[in-house]
Design a protein around this ligand. Structure first.
Ligand code: ADP
Ligand code: MG
Length: 668
């Protein structure tokens, strides 16, 4: 049904007027087929009506009506140029023609003849002129008036040439009208125009349509353009998903989620955890590879879900690899898994290992002795081989690129067999965006926090940061609490005049003594970071001063106070992640957003108040998406997100799910 051989696929070189030069210009613009040409949309519209000549200005598109004052044929016979001077009682304009066809057609026009001319106004030697305008005999301004599409500037392609190409594209389409892909019912339900009508409404609009065209996000023709992109993307994703399902995968008989959880965890799963474990275990029981994205707010207990899945695979004799984005996180998972499973079956692999330890770990993966392997991207090094890799778990998946995910998975490839993949993320992605960036994944959501959590009270503090930090730190000492103090930069930057983590560390050290304060920043090596982290998580150090290296996943339940310095420098989702480091035990926790008042604009302040108002990660993510747009929201590493020309994932969010459903129906 998809229009693979429709007229829209005609190469542009078969359009009249496309010679080698124009073809090159078009190809440089990425225009190869008719659909690409019609996909270059006007950036705005202008009303086309007759203008008196004294209102003409260089650069504008205009329609004029006037009498021929005189005609001049110039140049050599081989390169003739015809100049027609036109007047309308308010002024004069010179029309210039170079193309022999037009020169021949117009050279015998009588003076006093009335002409209508449409084209771009230029100024030459202080005289207004139009170079090869469209001309018609007589005053045709009534018939020709309408709405003028204004296209973006195109390199090596004049606006008049582009207009002519669009015109000849429509001429070609009229010869072989293409079939519409979707039924009238569907189009009506989604408020979309049929494709051909959409192209016409956009490129050759009716005069009466001007006001609706100026609101493209809601116009059914522009919506159709957005929908075409979303649908094409979903078809691609669906094809990819179907191809994946041709592969075989280890099949492990399903078990009861609650019992599985109870085998390793000291507490009962939340309902959401149990539901998600059931979804995963259900996937693992099928003979095709799982591709599942697990989203759960910070602290919702994703690690326990991952541990249950690993346990399930290991009992059936398969290995599980868990890849985390930072050494701190990998180390923390490693320590936890040793506690849960005992050391015999667990291995770790990260960049900081000594070569002997590393050799030993690799040996244990290869022999199959290690059933659960936890590491950083060191897991995808060339010399790493698994014995029987059945499941890849990618923690904080948004920190990795698609390639790294694929590389890890391919470590377990044998013949047609691929391991299962579970990707986890604590940055809740609004469903619309998840279906776009992860359309080939099945989605699971943990939408419930473990019991006994108290809400984290959040406060914006403005004024001298050092003073506020000190007051809060003294309160921590009085109440015997632990606190994080997070800075946005590693080093002092004179330009931004921001306090840095090291200065903050020294300041606290001066007041409370060195044993009370630990420091972590990106310039430290893994062993130094680990030592500092250990001091804090054991409770030896009361304060942990850090840059955002601790943003993801760190779990120290005794810490109850979070201070974020210069919060306006962070994205909302990042602030939410940082805040999620506290509120993990049963004691009441607080988060302070500590800003120098001078830095807070109205907009920044409004953004931060969202943090005060809600603790729901999905709400925060939706705000963050609206403020930053999808690209920034997902981050540059998310190569999963395609470039859209017409679709705005926020404004056209309602079209995403239908595009997916229709693609699934097309490619079941
Ligand atoms: P996430 O990775 O989703 O941010 P974690 O897996 O680190 O969250 O869990 C956060 C905390 O909640 C941990 O201290 C963990 O032991 C605890 N936890 C997880 N699941 C439960 C549960 N079902 N009941 C009680 N506590 C839980
Ligand atoms: Mg986690």
């Amino acid at each position: 049904m998809s229009s693979e051989h429709s007229v829209y696929d005609t190469p542009v070189k078969s359009l009249t007027g496309v010679g080698p030069v124009k073809l090159k210009a078009l190809e440089a613009l990425g225009v190869h087929r008719l659909a690409d040409l019609l996909g270059i949309l006007p950036r705005s519209y202008q009303l086309r009506e007759r203008l008196p000549m004294d209102e003409l200005k260089p650069g504008m598109q205009a329609m004029v009506v006037g009498q021929v004052l005189r005609l001049k044929l110039m140049g050599s016979p081989k390169a003739q140029r015809l100049e027609i001077m036109l007047k309308d009682g308010t002024g004069y304009i010179k029309l210039v023609f170079f193309q022999p066809k037009f020169v021949a057609y117009l050279r015998n026009i009588e003076p006093m003849t009335v002409l209508t001319a449409i084209g771009q106004v230029n100024s030459f030697n202080a005289m207004l002129q139009m170079a090869h305008p469209k001309v018609v005999l007589g005053d045709k301004s009534e018939e020709l008036q309408g709405v003028w599409p204004i296209y973006p500037e195109l390199k090596n392609l004049a606006p008049s040439d582009f207009n002519r190409l669009i015109e000849s594209a429509f001429n070609l389409i009229k010869e072989k009208p293409p079939q519409e892909n979707f039924s009238p019912d569907i189009l009506k339900k989604l408020n979309l125009m049929p494709l051909l009508e959409s192209y016409q409404a956009i490129h050759q609009p009716e005069a009466s349509a001007l006001h609706t065209l100026l609101d493209p996000a809601h116009h059914p023709a522009f919506r159709r353009m957005a929908f075409e992109e979303l649908y094409a993307l979903q078809l691609r994703l669906q094809k990819h998903r179907n191809a994946q399902q041709q592969a075989a995968a280890p099949q492990v008989a399903a078990v009861d989620a609650k019992l599985l959880f109870a085998e390793i965890m000291p507490f009962a799963p939340t309902n959401a955890q149990a539901r998600v474990i059931n979804e995963i275990v259900g996937d693992l029981a099928r003979p095709i590879p799982m591709l599942r994205l697990l989203q759960g707010d910070v602290g919702s207990g994703k690690t326990a879900v991952a541990a249950s899945a690993a346990r399930h695979m290991s009992k059936a004799g398969y290995q599980t690899a868990i890849m985390a984005p930072t050494e701190i996180l990998a180390e923390q998972h490693y320590q936890l898994f040793i506690k849960l499973f005992g050391p015999e079956k667990i291995a770790r692999l990260q960049g900081s290992l000594k070569s002997k330890e590393r050799r030993l770990a690799i040996e244990r993966l290869k022999s199959g002795e290690a059933k659960i392997i936890i590491g950083t991207h060191a897991l995808i090094s060339d010399d790493v081989e698994f014995h029987k890799l059945g499941l890849c778990i990618i923690d904080e998946q948004h920190r990795f690129g698609v390639d790294q995910r694929t590389q890890l998975r391919n470590k377990g490839k044998s013949g047609l067999r691929l391991p299962h993949v579970l990707a986890m993320t604590a940055t809740p992605i609004p469903r619309s965006l998840a279906l776009t960036a992860y359309g080939d994944f099945a989605l699971s959501v943990i939408d419930e926090l473990p019991p006994g959590r108290t809400p984290i009270s959040t406060h914006i503090l403005q004024g001298e940061p050092t003073k506020n930090i000190l007051l809060l730190a003294e309160k921590c000492v009085r109440n015997n609490e632990q606190a994080y103090i997070i800075y946005p930069l590693v080093e002092e930057s004179e330009k931004l005049d921001l306090l840095d983590a090291e200065a903050g560390f020294r300041h606290l050290e001066g007041h409370f003594g060195g044993t009370q304060v630990a420091l972590i920043h990106g310039r430290m090596n893994a062993a130094e970071k680990d030592a500092a982290m250990q001091r804090f998580s054991r409770g030896d150090a009361r304060f942990l001063v850090s840059t955002t290296v601790i943003e993801v996943g760190v779990d120290v339940p005794n810490a109850t106070c979070m201070m974020i310095i210069h919060p306006e420098r962070f994205g909302l989702s990042q602030l939410h992640q940082l805040r999620g480091r506290v509120g993990r035990g049963s004691r009441k926790s607080a988060c302070y957003l500590i800003s120098d008042k001078l830095f807070l604009s109205g907009e920044a302040y409004r953004r931060l108040t969202i943090m005060e108002k809600t603790q729901n990660g999905f709400e925060i993510a939706a705000e963050d998406l609206a403020i930053r747009g999808p690209g920034d929201f997902l981050g540059t590493r998310q190569s999963g997100l395609p470039i859209f020309h017409h679709c705005d994932l926020v404004k056209h969010a309602d079209l995403i799910e239908p595009a997916r459903e229709l693609a699934i129906a097309e490619l079941p």
